[in-house]
Design a protein around this ligand. Structure first.
Ligand code: SAH
Length: 242
């Protein structure tokens, strides 16, 4: 069944397709009369039929289908450069991340700000939408604005029931293993994970993170790439019993 995202709010009846949705429908070679699923990212999905020369859909019935993780997992990442951040957004969307904060860090290669940063975020929102269309997720991961890692950490409210982990390379003294850390999680406790860019976090960033309540957690003895580490954590969390 093909799935199409349309911006909220959706209600029963006919809805005009956005230009982006029209392009998608053409790429899938769908025609008036074809059935599809439509979702607006706020939860649940609609059974729908294309109509009016494939310019509109008719929303027929709402289905409260959820495919979210048992616990909310937020990723804050020192952005990897090139297409690696696209990969991260796509895979994190599929694996169920609730939100992604792209951060500019001291040793990061990708230094985005202003209009360029906004354009990249809009692009990543498109990547997240495509991931949700493909994987059946009915809620979009929130792509948060690009911030500097230090400013983001300083503005972070004190931990209120969320478990904060700092993904730490193997050499980091005192890091707990994922298994040790995960054992202490309460059922459905939300997680906020911070990971570094290609060059890792610098000492000041690590100190700020520890001060903000992040606990160093290691995912094993190998050094993972900037996009691999948060995805590995997400997959491990997704596989835990609630
Ligand atoms: N040369 C850098 C490597 C950075 S790897 C350094 O020595 O710091 C990119 C990021 O992935 C790291 O900052 C860390 O957050 C995460 N990471 C990499 N390997 C990891 C591992 N085995 N366990 C947990 N996090 C890891």
């Amino acid at each position: 069944m093909h799935r199409l995202y349309l911006p909220p709010p959706l209600t029963a009846g006919r809805v005009e397709l956005t230009p982006q949705a029209q392009r998608h429908v053409r790429a899938l070679r769908l025609r008036a009369g074809d059935s599809l699923q439509v979702f607006d990212g706020s939860g649940g999905q609609w059974s729908a039929r294309l109509c009016d020369g494939a310019q509109q859909v008719e929303l027929l019935g709402f289905e409260p289908v959820e495919r979210e993780l048992e616990r909310a997992v937020e990723l804050a990442v020192g952005m990897p450069a090139n297409e690696r951040m696209d990969w991260l957004v796509e895979k994190a969307g599929e694996l169920g991340a609730a939100g992604i904060s792209p951060l500019v860090s001291a040793r990061g290669v990708l230094r985005l700000q202003g209009e360029r940063a906004e354009r990249r975020c809009a692009h990543w929102r498109g990547v997240a939408i495509a991931a949700c269309e493909q994987c059946g997720r009915n809620r979009l991961p929130e792509i948060r604005p690009v911030r500097s890692l230090k400013a983001w950490l300083q503005a972070l409210p004190p931990a209120a029931g969320d478990a904060r982990c700092l993904l730490a390379v193997p050499a980091h003294m005192g890091a707990r293993t994922f298994a040790q850390w995960a054992r202490a999680l309460a059922p459905r406790q939300p997680v906020l994970a911070l990971s570094g860019p290609e060059g890792g976090l610098d000492d000041e960033e690590v100190a700020l993170a520890l001060h903000a309540g992040f606990e160093p957690v290691s995912l094993g003895p190998r050094i993972l790439r900037a996009e691999t580490a948060p995805l590995a954590l997400l997959a491990a969390l997704a596989a835990l019993p609630a």
